[in-house]
Structure formats: C-alpha cells, structure tokens
Design a protein around this ligand. Sequence first.
Ligand SMILES: Cc1cc2nc3c(=O)[nH]c(=O)nc-3n(C[C@H](O)[C@H](O)[C@H](O)COP(=O)(O)O)c2cc1C
Length: 362
Amino acid sequence: MYDFLFDILNFVLPLLKPKGMYKIIFKPLLFLFEPETVHHKILNFLKFSHRIPFISVLLRTFFMPKNEAKPVEVFGLHFKNRVGLAAGFDKNAEAVDALSNFGFSHIEIGAVTPRPQPGNLKPRLFRLPKDKALINRMGFNNQGVENAIKNLKKRCSDIIVGANIGKNTDTPNDKANDDYILLFKKLYDYVDYFTVNVSCPNIKDLKELQDKDSLLELLTELKKINATKKKPKPILLKISPDLTNEQLDDTLYIIQQTNIDGIVAVNTTAQRYNLSYGKQEIDKIGNGGLSGLPLKDRATEMIRYIHQKTQGKLPIIGVGGIMTRKDVQEKLDAGATLVQVFTGFVYEGPGIVRKLTRTSIK
Ligand SMILES: Cc1cc2nc3c(=O)[nH]c(=O)nc-3n(C[C@H](O)[C@H](O)[C@H](O)COP(=O)(O)O)c2cc1C
C-alpha cells in the first residue's frame, strides 16, 4: 500500500516542488530562532514524523537520492552511498529512522557518554551564516548510554549506525579508558561501527587522550575486547584538525600498531580561520569548535596527508565543510572513501544527500 503511495508521490511531487524551498522559505524562518532550540524542534518533528507513515513517504519522495548513488563496501560494511550524517546531530539516537528518510548511507550517533550529562552552559551553539559555519561548545550533552540503547532497540530501518563514544566530563583522564570500554561493550549489539572520540575541543583535557601513550593503551584495549567477539565491529578514530603533522604521524603509527579499521577526519577546530566576521564578533562568541566551510580545506589537506602516509590502505571518512558535490569530489580525490556532513545539512537543507550523490561522485 505504502509502496503504491510512494510511487504516485514520486511522480506528482517533483512537479509541485518549488526549487530551493528550504533556502527560500524554511531556512530564513528557522534562522530567526536560537540555533539549539531549532535543533531540538527539528529532532522532535522528525520523531513525530516517523509515527505518521504519510510524512515519511513524503520526506523520502522529496529527499531520497535517485538510483544514481553508487554503493561502496568499506571495512566490511555495505554503504548504499558515500554520504553519512556526522556525529553530534542525533546524539541520543532519537531520530535514526526518520533521518534515514533523507538518504544518508550511515548515521553516526553520539557522542554518547556512559552517564547522562547536561553539557556546557547555554548558549553554546552559534551560526555564522556569511561563512556557512557554526561554532559550538555543546560539551557532550547527551542522555547517556542506557537511553541511547533504549532508542536503538526501537530502530527499524536498516541504515548503518555508528556510535561516536566519549568519556563523561567528570571522569578523570586516568579513568577514561573505563568509560570507552563500558560504552563499547554496552553498545556492541546495537551499532555497526564505533568511532572513538578523543578530539572534541569542548571537553576539558580530552585532547590529552590523543597523546601517544594514552591512545595506544585505549585502542589496544578496545581491539582486545573486539577480538573476543564472534563478529568484531569496525573501530575508527576521529581526529582533530588541530593536530600538527608530527602528532598526526604519531597517531597514524598507533593506528597501524593497533590495526584499527579507519579514521574519521576531522572534528571541529578550536582555531578561527577563513572567517569573514571581525575579531570582535568572533571573540564575543567565545570558545568552541568551528565547523562548516572554513574547515573544508584543512579537512581535505589532512585527508590527503593521511592517504599518502598510509599508501591509501587506511579507510578515511572525510568530514568538514562539505556543502556541494564538488566538495565531496575533493574529499574523495584526496583519499576519502566515505564522507559525512553536519553543518552542510543545516545550511543546504534536507535535500543535501540527494544533491551530493548525483552522478559526478565517482
Ligand atoms: C553542534 C555540533 C555538535 C557536534 N558534536 C559532535 C560530537 O558529539 N562528536 C563528534 O565526534 N563530533 C561532533 N561534532 C563535529 C561533527 O561531527 C563534524 O566533525 C564537524 O562539524 C565538521 O563537519 P561539518 O563541517 O560538516 O559540520 C559536532 C558538530 C556540531 C556543529
């Protein structure tokens, strides 16, 4: 019945669809409100929409990529296209099924921490529309791993789900491995891959876990647990764009030593570059990670470096500033196998995956 409805809508709606409706009508309206409020409202709408099959059908008709998108096999998983939703958008895995209607091949939930935590004080998310950028200092706000599991158990779409895992803010670094191990064990049955997040700029001292010894210990422990499983799951590491080449070399050495499955490049940057706003305006926002267009070239540069250093053997998920098909192509040319978007989803709207997966993507 719904398939029939889907076919009819697929035929009729494109005839009605005004080009660029999101940019012309919805975005200006949404941007009138405080960014985090909009984010929550959208997640709530998505959750609600999934209970009404007709809305899901509508969303799929409008936004699902056509058959042009090419599937790809990476670390043993079959991705229906190369574009995923980056971590931070659906921290609690509340809207995985609804988000699958937008055509993503995978969704990275989280960052999930063992215990619920409120994150930093609000306001903590800021738009920089002239630069298609965001600054956030959310601070791993999430409802904890038990809640994420409760939500993941309800999931009915077959979209690939990765878990972005992080430690609780009040867990001291010398106990951080316990948090990551607990998360890995608890989420193991409910997700398809893991991303170890030690690169968020908004958690005090977190980046110390990127240091050689700490990272080696953590990844070795996770690999050991993974090896006891009947079907080990891919483990990836998400890195900061603020690593120096020397730090990145160390990280790649550890990845090689521990033989983890891939890298997600990159997280947000604590730097402030490629911005057209004045220093005063930017300083007024305060600390936080910058994402979106200003990050694009740095992300691509890091992907290229990693690809060269690893002779193309390490799967890379490229993320940072992707808005257009050309941006995707740049990331793929630099050596990424998959890409993810976050800020692009905010600025380009729900049709972004359809746009990014059109034929020019190899
Ligand atoms: C509001 C917000 C929250 C984020 N939360 C997380 C997170 O919890 N874990 C993580 O690894 N990355 C997080 N990120 C970073 C994104 O996953 C992504 O790496 C970064 O934004 C660069 O991609 P983009 O330019 O497409 O946004 C967050 C980004 C934003 C804007």
